[in-house]
Design a protein around this ligand. Structure first.
Ligand code: ATP
Length: 261
């Protein structure tokens, strides 16, 4: 198995408080790991640690078998791409310029992007359906359009590992389906993907592995069907949850979750 991200016994937090304790999981090429847990459980903290923004207090994070401390910043940016939540990115540039920034780690020291770099950016924009927005200011498009543009920027990096923080928040149903389809397609093409989601349905739809942060700070890892049971979801979110099953397009079982008011 081609393991891209290997997290072993990770412990991290802020001040004198540990938010995450002894978390372990791996993500291989072509796998999609979906991280779920209640508000404040530590999902973003986990991302910060894997991206090298928050030092681990214990355990280790290996990318392609090498500890994060052994990677140069540009080198890591050629391998790991991050899609932030769209509301956190008020860039004063056009959509096309923001997407082209994804090429930055691939350029030489004095490098300006060339024709090949622009072609990669255009292909990414077409893939996410935002090519027609290329000349629009990034600050003057909708939240959903910004989300799609940020995913296009991350693809323009041509990474091995894609870290996505709630990639379907802000998106209408059609665009949620578009992004989920792309996530499945990118994984099939060999990318390793880690996504945070508040929608267990999306883990059932595209994830090979679900990782559920529980109130006792432990992580339950397995297939979505193993991990996202009514009991485990009820315990994790503190309210009863129903898991409903139906028949999908191809006759396969599909699952959706409903919080019980
Ligand atoms: N910079 C910080 N300094 C101190 N505590 C922090 C900081 N950032 C987050 N925390 C705390 O760490 C815990 C985990 O926060 P985190 O943002 O990782 O949760 P999350 O699972 O991403 O939540 P949400 O679903 O609401 O986005 C929370 O208790 C939060 O208050």
């Amino acid at each position: 198995m081609d393991v891209v991200l290997d997290v072993q016994d990770l412990r991290c937090g802020y001040g004198d408080v540990d938010v995450l304790e002894e978390l372990s999981f791996t993500v291989a090429a072509s796998e999609v790991l979906c991280v779920l847990g209640r508000n404040g459980a530590g999902k973003t903290t986990l991302f910060k640690s894997v991206l090298g923004f928050l030092p681990a207090r214990g355990g280790r994070v290996l990318v392609d078998g090498r500890a994060l401390s052994g990677w140069g910043r540009r080198e890591l940016a050629r391998t790991v791409a991050y899609v932030p939540q769209a509301h956190a990115a008020p860039f004063p540039f056009t959509v096309g310029e923001v997407v082209l920034m994804g090429r930055t780690p691939h350029l030489g020291v004095a490098g300006a992007p060339g024709r090949a770099d622009r072609a990669v950016a255009e292909e990414s924009m077409d893939r996410l359906g935002v090519g027609h927005l290329a000349t629009r200011p990034f600050t003057e498009i909708s939240g959903g359009e910004r989300q799609l543009a940020l995913i296009a920027r991350a693809l323009t990096q041509q990474p091995r590992l894609l870290m996505m923080d709630e990639p379907t928040s802000n998106l209408d149903l059609g665009n949620q389906a578009r992004v989920l389809h792309e996530i499945r397609d990118l994984a099939a093409g060999g990318l390793a993907i880690v996504m945070i989601s508040h929608t267990p349905d999306h883990a059932f739809a595209v994830a090979s592995t679900a990782a559920l942060l529980r109130p006792d700070r432990t992580l339950r890892v397995g297939t979505p069907e193993q991990v996202l049971t009514e009991g485990a979801l009820g315990e994790a979110f503190g309210r009863p949850v129903r898991v409903l099953t139906g028949v999908g397009e191809d006759g396969a079982t599909v699952r959706a979750c409903l919080p019980v008011p």
